[in-house]
Design a protein around this ligand. Structure first.
Ligand SMILES: [Zn+2]
Length: 74
């Protein structure tokens, strides 16, 4: 089954740090250029007044050709 993607809206500006844990090829194609999509696992650290609040591991999708961030379209 082909996955559909759309461009990610600008948001989450408060995220202070993202660390890439790994990436793998995802199914589907970029809606902007038709390039291949990579699924990237990132570790996001949250900080408040220099106090670490912990971190979450999230999966995001990025086009390998035009480097745009994508979200799964459901
Ligand atoms: Zn693209």
């Amino acid at each position: 089954m082909q996955q559909k993607y759309k461009g990610e809206k600008k948001r989450e500006r408060m995220i202070s740090n993202e660390k890439e844990l790994g990436r793998q090829e995802a199914t589907g194609a970029c809606p902007h250029c038709g390039g291949k999509v990579a699924a990237v696992d990132v570790e996001r650290r949250w900080k408040l007044c220099f106090l670490p609040l912990g971190f979450v591991v999230k999966r995001k999708y990025v086009c390998t050709k035009c480097s745009r961030r994508l979200v799964l379209y459901s």
